[in-house]
Design a protein around this ligand. Structure first.
Ligand SMILES: Cc1cc2nc3c(=O)[nH]c(=O)nc-3n(C[C@H](O)[C@H](O)[C@H](O)COP(=O)(O)O)c2cc1C
Length: 332
């Protein structure tokens, strides 16, 4: 059984990747993730705000010309318990990339042109195998058009790509008027992978204390639907790799994402809930299912249920919607 997969130019021993989370804050846990079968680890994101707070890096990063994502500053989540500054972050990349054989993918969440570029370069120099750009941007300014915001995304990708030689993945949210068009533009701007989708921080209200409650709830398997749809629609239409992140809680979701067309399938919530050993069972279940269904490789499986592969391509768009509505028609 060949579980290997190619993800943005990297050969992974299987499609399962530990996505960005506090699990990667400790070298010991990164080692455990590798031992339990993770094919790569995406580090938790380094937020540029943290760089700004780190005295040693402050001078370096504060002389910024353009503050392209300036208005977003107040919307970045405070990552609780994530006290790692840039110096420690780079040191962790350095140590982790020496300690394990799997790729270590650094994750960067910048706010300024210089923050994105300079830190991406430092991450590369520290030994990261690739960089994931966690573009977390909530466009609240009413005067800014969708087109302007899209240009900002593309600009970040193009700038980082021209600054580093390692692969660059772009983790985005689904909230674009024309996601297919945007995906195509990110692909052409040089993204080596699209990571679908970012899980935006959605604050809640406590009606007793009447305060805003920061919340980042863990996902459920039902949440795979939006990324599953988009991976199935994009497969074969972009030249970059596709990674799925959201809702992977068992081999079932892994298989679905691979059939849609994912090169890599990522998990955070299940790993936080069950610990790294959860991966071992999922990889075994994936292999068992493939054997039962007669697949010899992940490559053979990939995209087999994509929009491109299915003769009944309306299954992904309006056709089924109408069928579902009809099934709900009252009979009386
Ligand atoms: C506690 C927690 C911390 C996270 N931290 C990051 C982060 O630093 N950078 C990032 O890009 N995504 C982060 N994420 C998002 C995950 O990487 C992942 O994309 C998301 O949780 C969806 O996957 P899941 O359904 O497997 O949890 C975090 C998620 C959780 C739950």
């Amino acid at each position: 059984m060949n579980l290997t997969t190619r993800y943005m130019g990297l050969t992974l021993k299987n499609p399962l990747v530990a996505s960005a989370s506090p699990l990667s804050q400790k070298l010991e846990t990164i080692r455990q993730l590798e031992d339990c079968g993770a094919a790569a680890v995406v580090m938790f994101s380094l937020f540029e705000e943290q760089i700004r707070h780190d005295a040693s890096a402050l001078d370096y990063f504060m002389s910024v010309g353009t503050d392209s994502f300036g208005e977003a500053l107040s919307y970045f989540p405070v990552v609780e318990g994530c006290e790692v500054g840039p110096t420690q972050y780079l040191e962790l990349i350095r140590r982790a990339s020496k300690a394990v054989d799997i790729p270590i993918i650094a994750s960067l969440n910048g706010t300024t042109d210089r923050g994105w570029i300079d830190f991406a370069t430092l991450m590369q120099d520290a030994g990261a195998s690739a960089i994931e750009l966690n573009i977390y941007y909530i466009p609240t300014a009413m005067h800014r058009t969708g087109a302007q915001i899209e240009e900002q995304y593309l600009d970040v990708v193009a700038r980082v790509k021209s600054a580093v030689s390692i692969p660059v993945a772009v983790k985005v949210g689904p909230y674009f008027s024309s996601f297919a068009h945007m995906a195509g533009r990110l692909d052409r701007a040089g993204a080596d992978a699209l990571v679908l989708f970012n899980r935006f921080y959605q604050p809640d209200f406590d009606i007793e204390t009447r305060t805003v409650v920061p919340s980042l709830t863990l996902s459920t398997p039902e949440e795979i639907r939006v990324p599953l749809l988009w991976i199935a629609l994009l497969y074969g239409h972009v030249s970059c790799s596709l990674a799925a992140t959201t809702g992977v809680h068992s081999a079932v979701e892994v298989i679905k994402y691979l059939m849609a067309g994912a090169n890599a399938v990522m998990s955070t919530s299940a790993l936080l809930r069950h610990g790294p050993s959860w991966l071992t069972g999922v990889i075994t279940d994936l292999g068992d299912w493939m054997e039962r269904k007669g697949y010899q490789s992940v490559d053979q499986l990939r995209g087999s249920m994509s929009h491109k592969a299915l003769p009944e391509s309306m299954a992904f768009v309006r056709g089924n919607y109408i069928r579902i509505l009809e099934s709900y028609k009252p009979t009386a």
